[in-house]
Design a protein. Sequence first.
Length: 109
Amino acid sequence: MSDEVVLQYVGFETKGLVREYAFTVRGSGGEFSEYFVTIANAAFVAHRVRYQDAPDICSLLLHREFATQTDHPPSTRFSVTDAELADYKSAHTPKPKAFASAHREDKES
């Protein structure tokens, strides 16, 4: 994404089976464009995504789209896939620390 383009999260709406996250993009000339990213409500219910992580996930998707385009992406609407949710969760889940299990073994002895 160009340094001259500013992406801003505006908010979300629940629309039937999805939550739609709205973003505005301001270009270097001051023009604005709106982009919308949806996540299925079922993903929240099944704990594949947390509500507080959704704007970040959508923002990352838009940043990837802008990075692969020479100009603005040809579409203004995107959907987050289950694979993208799994990748995000894997990358943002704290890894267990090795010393924690060793510490428990010492207490049990």
